[in-house]
Write a protein that binds this ligand. Structure first.
Ligand SMILES: C[S@@+](CC[C@H](N)C(=O)[O-])C[C@H]1O[C@@H](n2cnc3c(N)ncnc32)[C@H](O)[C@@H]1O
Length: 276
């Protein structure tokens, strides 16, 4: 190769290298991921909870900085971020990795990345047993599938669902978003009830309890007297029922109940579970 050919080749290489560098520099910034309402999700499509309902859901659960909130299927992270802005530690479990990245960016923009974290995972494969509050916007059949795991959470854990029910486990409270919410504006709230079914020994007799979610029925036997239980209900570890015209309230701690009695003989009562 003679000198002029070499110079020609070198100039061509330099020209293309320069052109490539300019082209790379001139490329528009990589477009930020934009989710689309209704886009496919693993088990549920993505539809965001209106912010006014997010606020209402967290109000219902009375979220405080002491809470650890987990949003099952956390979408763009709005519920987790709102909880973190209230001072709670919050985790979003989301299957779509792009939504997880988006949530992390949103949390950073809101300055709550220390409290709002996101896990790219399948909610059915994830451990949410440490949560004090669970939020979700899934579907009725998914809620039912999750129900046994939810009922095994610590009594008192608060659950809030956007719109969808939990089958025969009726909500303890319902509420509607304020303001300009136009769709998916209702929230349902449950408190995981303690498990109380079984036979309990009291100093003065025996209590036989049946439980259907937060509803309690049964009989209180004392000597030859047997009284049906009415108005029996659990709110987390708090039990209340009426038997023989007397109102019992108490706190359940696995196999013991301690509380107070009103009507007839006012005072304290306690019971120990002898069989389940
Ligand atoms: C209706 S959106 C609700 C989003 C968010 N919780 C909210 O209220 O704005 C349901 C979300 O669940 C996610 N999802 C669906 N199946 C899932 C699964 N098996 N595990 C984790 N996330 C899932 C979807 O990608 C979607 O972001």
């Amino acid at each position: 190769m003679n000198l002029s050919n070499r110079i020609y080749r070198l100039s061509a290489i330099l020209f293309f290298a320069l052109a490539a560098a300019i082209a790379a520099h001139a490329q528009p910034a990589k477009a930020q991921y934009e989710p689309r309402v209704g886009q496919e999700g693993k088990d549920v499509v993505w539809v965001p909870t209106p912010q006014s309902l997010v606020d209402k859901m967290l109000d219902m659960a009375k979220v405080t900085p002491k809470d650890y909130l987990i949003d099952l299927g956390s979408g763009d992270g709005r519920t987790v971020i709102t909880a973190a802005k209230r001072g709670a530690k919050a985790l979003g479990i989301e299957y779509n990795p792009e939504m997880v990245e988006l949530s992390r960016r949103n949390a950073a923009k809101e300055g709550v990345s220390d409290k709002a974290t996101f896990l790219n995972a399948d909610l059915f494969e994830s451990d949410f047993s440490q949560a004090t509050v669970i939020t979700m916007f899934l579907l009725p059949d998914i809620n039912i599938k999750l129900r046994p795991k939810i009922l095994d959470l610590k009594p008192g854990t608060r659950i809030v669902s956007n719109t969808f029910t939990m089958g025969e486990w009726t909500a303890d409270e319902t509420a509607t978003a304020n303001g300009d919410c136009v769709s998916y504006c209702n929230a349902l709230f449950w408190i995981v009830p303690a498990k109380v079914a079984g036979t309990w020994k009291l100093p003065q007799g025996e209590l036989a309890l049946k439980q259907t979610f937060q509803m309690v029925s049964g009989t209180l036997k004392s000597g030859t007297n047997s009284a049906q239980i009415s108005d029996g209900r659990l709110r987390g570890d708090q039990i209340t029922f009426t038997a023989g015209g007397v109102r019992y309230t108490g706190r359940v701690d696995s196999n013991t109940i301690e509380g107070t009695v009103k009507g007839g003989s006012n005072g304290k009562w306690s019971a120990t579970r002898v069989s389940k």
